[in-house]
Design a protein around this ligand. Sequence first.
Ligand SMILES: [Zn+2]
Length: 67
Amino acid sequence: MEATRCEVCGTDLVEIDLTVDGADLVMRSCSKCDTRTWERDGDVIELDGILTDLSSADTRYKRSLSN
Ligand SMILES: [Zn+2]
């Protein structure tokens, strides 16, 4: 498998596998410019959609509910 490269600066991205609510997620993070992309079941998804699923984003989730 080829390394995925950052769309912004071309640096090889670091892949981190996560499981959230039974869904397999992959976060790709650029160590140079901090660009991050997320995939769920092979589909690229929006970061905001992921944040609402992560317990570490509790405050942000509640804030989005009140809007
Ligand atoms: Zn980058």
